[in-house]
Design a protein around this ligand. Structure first.
Ligand code: GLN
Length: 197
């Protein structure tokens, strides 16, 4: 099984490290050919406005939408990735390109600016013990539909959620040495059967 990391912009290499720690083959995804070879894809943190535009330019937007809808691709968005996966984005730019896959309303930069970045620990449903993550201009899920399972909260705000084959976190788990959330995603990818990979 191969898991891709969208390698267009953002915090990329750390995801490779944690996926490798999980014992899976991690490959960079830059184009539709790369995408066709993976069961799962991580959309890293970075700048959602830029990543959104570049996904469209690379022709990746359509196949990501189609394959997540017909359950032949699992998707994990961290930070900017969470923004891109939401159906509704607050404080986005005009006509911000998004994938619009998860039934969530996400507020960008909900924790303040870059200099207000922080690391903290929290509980995560399905994982034992506490976890920590790094919040950098992090988004927050303000509202989630019934089909969305809330996995983690910080001060009552939703910071991690799952909807079937879609997983999103406000924070960067890849900036820690803890690979348990990546392992959780690897398990999700094992339920995906894709024709080519
Ligand atoms: N605030 C950024 C955005 O909306 C996300 C920041 C991040 O990914 N660390 O794109």
């Amino acid at each position: 099984m191969k898991i891709g990391v969208l390698s267009i912009q953002g915090a990329i290499s750390e995801h490779f490290k944690l996926l490798t720690m999980c014992g899976v083959e991690a490959v960079p995804v830059k184009n539709t050919q790369n995408l066709a070879a993976v069961n799962g894809l991580i959309i890293p943190g970075g700048e959602s406005t830029t990543i959104g535009k570049l996904i469209e330019v690379a022709g990746l937007s359509m196949p990501i939408k189609e394959r997540t809808k017909n359950n032949t691709l699992a998707l994990f968005g961290t930070c900017a990735g969470m923004v891109l996966m939401a159906k509704e984005v607050l404080d986005g730019i005009d006509n911000q390109p998004i994938l619009g896959l998860m039934n969530t309303r996400v507020k960008r930069n909900a924790f303040g600016r870059q200099r207000e970045s922080f690391e903290t620990s929290f509980e995560f449903k399905g994982i034992e013990g506490s976890l920590s993550g790094v919040f950098i201009r992090a988004p927050l899920i303000e509202e989630a539909g019934e089909e969305v399972e809330i996995l983690s909260k910080l001060n009552e705000g939703i910071i991690a959620a799952r909807q079937g084959n879609l997983l999103a976190t406000s924070f960067h788990p890849e900036l820690t040495e803890d690979h348990r959330i990546h392992h959780y995603f690897v398990k999700m990818c094992e339920n995906i059967s894709c024709r080519l990979c």
